[in-house]
Design a protein around this ligand. Structure first.
Ligand code: NAD
Length: 283
């Protein structure tokens, strides 16, 4: 059988995890980023995470080495036309995604599927930048990708059944669970999660409880593995703010209005884990 090849564009937090799971499941992977240092870091992260699986006994050394052997880093899209699938995981900026999809559409012949891992940008709008919107689809992996079993498969207005079916099959082959959703702001995951996080921040702003207390209530009382504020710190408070703005604007409903304390935290550079401080402090 021909080895299937995925090109993952963007090697940051999500891109390296996506490349990891495809390589582990036998796909040839080209991992592309505009930054050489991000690419180097991504390859180190993938190796470290595969090593951890070996230590835990969930992966053999031979399979780890084979997975690493299937990974090729790339600084440009030169070989992208040979891909069976392209998964985009670049920065969450509409203009950057629109330009990239227009370029991918020119370089990669149909019916190769062009998938985006966007959390909040409209799949329909991205697809409209291409000549073949039927092959554009959302493939929304969760963070950390090697660990989380869910992938939201997001159907844009023009996405074809064949495209959705092909991505659903791929997700299953990756050992993950696909859930089909329609293209509306926040899909299901962020539309349900972000209002909860926002409300938790209002509780802190209004002095209802400390961040520790809010997180403890949700962990011990609701059986959440992680409190909403610790989760917001993990996602990044700037990312949470951007998603809430998309929900408020896209759905035209002020119930998604970002909490003023969230805005203040972002303005102060307290972005969560990545800056060392958010609602909690990180060494
Ligand atoms: P990130 O900032 O860690 O990585 C983005 C990478 O894209 C950077 O390394 C950057 O150099 C690279 N890049 C930018 N423009 C590029 C281009 N034109 N070509 C190639 N590379 C380019 O971001 P991330 O957290 O990995 O998020 C990536 C995508 O995944 C976003 O759309 C985000 O909304 C989505 N997402 C993120 C999470 C999360 O928890 N972080 C979860 C689900 C989905």
């Amino acid at each position: 059988m021909r080895v299937r090849r995925v090109t993952v564009v963007g090697a940051g937090t999500m891109g390296n995890g996506i490349a990891h799971v495809f390589a582990q499941r036998g796909w040839g992977v080209t991992l592309v980023d505009v930054s050489r240092s991000v690419l180097d870091r991504a390859l180190e992260t993938i190796k470290r995470n595969l090593d951890r699986q070996v230590k835990k006994g969930t992966l053999s050394e031979a399979d780890r080495d084979a997975a690493l052997g299937r990974l090729v880093p790339g600084a440009a899209l030169d070989g992208v036309a040979d891909s069976t699938l392209v998964v985009e995981a670049i920065i969450e900026e509409p203009k950057a995604k629109f330009e990239l999809f227009a370029e991918l559409d020119r370089r990669v012949p149909p019916p190769t599927v062009l998938a985006t891992n966007t959390s909040s940008i409209s799949i329909t709008e991205i697809a409209a930048r291409t000549q073949h919107p039927e092959r554009v689809v959302g493939m929304h992996f969760m963070n950390p990708v090697p660990v989380m079993p869910l992938v939201e498969v997001v159907r844009g207005l023009a996405t074809s059944d064949a495209t959705v079916q092909s991505v659903v099959r791929t997700v299953q082959e990756l050992g993950k669970t696909p859930v089909e959703v329609s293209d509306y702001p926040g899909f299901v995951s962020n539309r349900v999660l972000m209002p909860m996080i926002n409300e938790a921040i209002y509780c802190v702003m209004e002095g209802v409880a400390t961040p520790e207390a809010v997180d403890t209530v949700m962990k011990l009382g609701m059986n959440h593995p992680m409190g909403p504020l610790a989760l917001a710190d993990l996602i990044g408070l700037d990312v949470c703010l951007a998603i809430l703005e998309v929900l408020q604007r896209g759905l035209g409903d002020d119930k998604y209005r970002p909490c003023p304390l969230l805005r203040k935290m972002v303005a102060a550079g307290r972005l969560g884990r990545k800056s060392g401080r958010g609602f909690h402090e990180y060494a």
